[in-house]
Design a binder for this molecule. Structure first.
Ligand code: ZN
Length: 497
């Protein structure tokens, strides 16, 4: 028999901020109820979320929660539970509201976490329930100096990759994590008019004052954390107030990433350390629609996530995603993420569509240069300049304009594209022209070898069905993985004249 929660609050009220569940598959709100100041979760919800079995224990009047042969017995009379025979305390006993059984949410970290197969972390302050191996960045923002220049500092723990983009007076600082645990940001000050930060996204936004000049963003990473320092200078009175068009070519004496501008520094370390995987489309831009309603943006994201896991765990190569959720990203932003992460390789994923539904097969693309691009490629060697570096010394810097950044990499890109074609052929039916050159916008701004795969034709009913299968995607992942392994060996091989 279970006790009713007495008093007028027995129905409970929803908390001001819902609890958000974060797993590798994404995030979703978890319904909880406040009763007499204590937060409860329905045991039916707990059962669904964690795949546990819940039944009432008629002997003790409590509930028995089982998971893979392990047992929690929670009391309806005492604020405690027995976890595999060990007693733990809870802030309140099991309660009943109407027909539902409720447990204090503390049952999750105190009773369920110790018997669960994957890590569970309840972060009360940030209202996050993190389940599984999820990369969560703890983020704290502070204003160090009102200035000008106004200095804001973003501390990210543990160290994570950070990229930044300046877009229409908004500096977007994007953190490569599955989720952020963000302390409430400070009040804006100086030339920063607004700081937008929430646990709902992995991007912080600093809205700049109209009097602000282009901010300087620098990142330092230690074994403990990544620190992003943002200095926002005022527009000098004599200076032309025209806003620098973004993206624009810029030569910077340090490799600090800045507002959507590729650092354009050659990667001094040969080999493959960082790879960018670009899931095509996203947000309002769904890409190709299949006849059964399958969306290109979803397939590309699924495959990108699988690839990231495989390449990172099996190859030890850092993988940066241009998006890891359903959101729109401009081609320039995709390239900026790649260039700012100093990636050694860029792979864009798409699914094709054709007016005739019989067309099918996988196709690999690399960039075709127009005439200007060809000229840029021929003169690429001549456009290298040597700039002084802070602290002494010099460093050669490419001054290839942004939209021709790919020009000097076309030959290497064609190598990678051929390897992709050869490896994918072993796993998927190829299209009539499996390897093609095309003037693709998303490839042109990448300052590194780059290729694009149209993994299938979504307009072909058979391919629409296959493209969603784990089998087909697994084959593609294997093919791409094998091509990346070959390409890495090619990069690491001693240069042949
Ligand atoms: Zn596409």
């Amino acid at each position: 028999m279970l006790l009713l929660v007495a008093g007028p609050h027995a129905q409970g009220i929803a908390p001001a901020t819902p609890l958000t569940l974060i797993t590798r598959d994404g995030r979703r709100p978890v319904a909880t109820t406040l009763i007499n100041g204590q937060e409860f979760i329905g045991l039916d919800d707990l059962a669904a979320l964690f795949q546990v079995a819940v039944r009432e224990d008629t002997l003790t009047g409590g509930v028995i929660i089982s998971y893979k042969g392990r047992t929690i017995v929670a009391s309806a009379e005492q604020p405690m539970a027995s976890v595999n025979g060990r007693v733990i305390t809870l802030p309140a006993p099991i309660a009943r509201a109407g027909r539902r059984l409720l447990a204090p949410i503390d049952i999750i970290p105190r009773a369920l976490a110790p018997i669960y197969d994957t890590p569970i972390d309840l972060r009360r302050a940030s209202r996050l329930l993190i389940v599984g191996m999820v990369r969560v960045g703890r983020v704290a923002v502070r204003i160090d100096s009102v200035g000008p220049p106004t200095r804001a500092v973003v501390e990210v723990t543990p160290p994570l990759l950070v990229s930044s983009i300046l877009d229409a007076g908004r500096l977007q600082v994007r953190i490569d994590a599955d989720a952020l645990d963000i302390a409430p940001p400070p009040a804006p000050a100086g030339l920063i008019n607004q700081i937008q930060a929430s646990t709902q996204t992995t991007t912080l936004i600093f809205v700049l004052d109209p009097r602000a000049a282009t901010p300087r963003v620098s990142t330092t990473t230690t074994t403990e954390s990544t620190r992003v320092t943002i200095d926002v200078p005022a527009i000098a009175p004599t200076q032309d107030t025209a806003v620098t068009p973004a993206p624009a070519p810029a030569a910077q004496p340090t490799p600090a990433p800045a507002e959507g501008v590729p650092p354009l520094l050659g990667n001094p370390a040969a080999g493959l350390q960082t790879m960018v995987i670009d899931a095509g489309h996203g947000g309002d831009d769904a890409g190709v629609h299949g006849p059964k309603g399958t969306l290109e943006k979803q397939i590309t994201l699924d495959l990108a996530k699988r690839l990231k896991t495989t390449i990172e765990t099996r190859l030890g190569v850092r993988v940066v995603m241009t998006r890891d959720e359903d959101r729109g990203v401009s081609p320039d932003e995709r390239d900026a993420i790649a260039n700012n992460s100093k990636a050694d390789l860029f792979l864009s994923l798409h699914v094709n569509g054709a007016p005739v539904d019989s067309v099918k097969g996988t196709e690999v693309y690399f960039l075709r240069l127009d005439r200007t691009g060809e000229e840029a490629r021929r003169s690429a060697a001549a456009t290298e300049v040597v700039l002084p570096v802070i602290g002494g010394g010099t460093r050669p810097i490419d001054i290839i304009p942004w939209d021709l950044a790919q020009a000097s990499h076309v030959d290497t890109s064609s190598r990678f594209a051929s390897m992709l074609e050869e490896e994918l052929e072993k796993h998927a039916p190829m299209g009539p022209r499996p390897l093609q050159q095309a003037p693709m916008r998303v490839l042109s701004g990448a300052n590194m070898p780059a290729a694009l795969i149209e993994i299938a034709y979504l307009t072909n009913p058979e391919q629409e069905q296959r493209v969603q299968s784990a089998d087909f995607q697994g084959g593609l992942v294997q093919g791409i993985y094998d091509a990346v392994v070959r390409f890495r060996a090619y990069l690491e091989a001693p240069a042949t004249p």
